[in-house]
Design a protein around this ligand. Sequence first.
Ligand code: HEM
Length: 378
Amino acid sequence: MRTEMYHLKIIQVNLTQRLSSILPDIVDEVTLAWQDNTNITDQWAEINLWEVMLRVISRAVNRMFVGLPLCRNQEFLDNLVEHAVEVIKTGTILDMTPRAFRWFVSRYTSNTPKTMKKLMQFIGPIFEERKQKLAKLGDKWTDRPDDAIQWILENAPPGESSSTVQMVNMILFLNFAAIHTTSLSVTQALYDLSVHQELHTPLKEEIRSVLAEDGGWTKQGLTKMKKLDSVLRESQRLHGVTSAPLMRRARVPFTFSDGTFIPKGTVLCAPASAIHFDGFENPLEFDGFRYERLRKEEGQATKHQMVSTSMEYLAFGHGKHACPGRFFATNELKVLLCHIIMKCEFKGLAAKRAEDSFFGFNRVADTSVNLLIRNRKD
Ligand code: HEM
């Protein structure tokens, strides 16, 4: 998959700097997508959380990426979700294939050409139409759409990157980065909350009080929800999407400042699980409000926020290549969790929390688990 570095500008500038103005759209899409993909009544009923979350998150992120009405087209969304699963499978097969045969093997295993063909049908014409409008109106085009299609169109460097096929490819890349990571994170947080019922009431009270104080949803209000933020961060500490972030290959022989030498071609990564267990009381236990307590200590108010990365907290990586989508993802996760916590009661079928499995270094939630859920009575 080809991407130029301008994807960082799109995420860091176009998406992240608009988090306040796009919040009403996130709230709208998350709420409707949850309603449309669940049928929650006053009676306890089972739902498969993973299936629901893939549908809700793919729709919510695409409200920002491609806008209405396409973000509600299930065939379009299914293509994106299936593609991500296939990319991970193909990647694993290719990792086991000798380098010389990889190109040949990928021709028969990769589903990217099939997905791209479908996406070209869905969004190719939108890019074409907007390209023509931009060429015709230029700066006089005042009511431009505010979605990733437009951001890509206006930021893609001239040349091959601004061909329709490469711009559609960028939409595919953004979806690949966003859908499974966010769906896994919310699923893991709800698995944790399903076995920690004692957290539900304080969370509900926090959400209710912030929404009342701010008169509704605001970006600052989401930041004030420190208990919710802590639950998400603690869930990611134990169940983050990768156990080996910061994976890099040395392109040249390199000597670190402490004298450690690595030859060209060495693959390095950070042992996130070991680091995440270090320096905590009861490190293996899920302690939902652990980070909220840490933030009360002097000078620690921002260090332990969900979006803050450090050498000790690597769920979003760290440094120059830390996840640029984490601010958007955290807002989206909070809005969705607020909605579920305020509207529903939920619990696990079993007393024990769902267990993770690994696909290489990728941590995967148990997608077969069902939760019991019903409308909240109070
Ligand atoms: C809760 C959801 C998410 C999690 C847990 C997550 C996690 C990560 C991790 C662990 C990395 C690798 C960092 C490294 O190893 O150095 C990463 C990179 C990245 N993520 Fe996310 N991510 C999430 C959501 C998103 C979203 C919504 C987007 C796009 C809007 C996004 C875009 C990216 C991109 C483009 C990179 C590569 C950055 C670079 O190489 O400079 N992510 N993410």
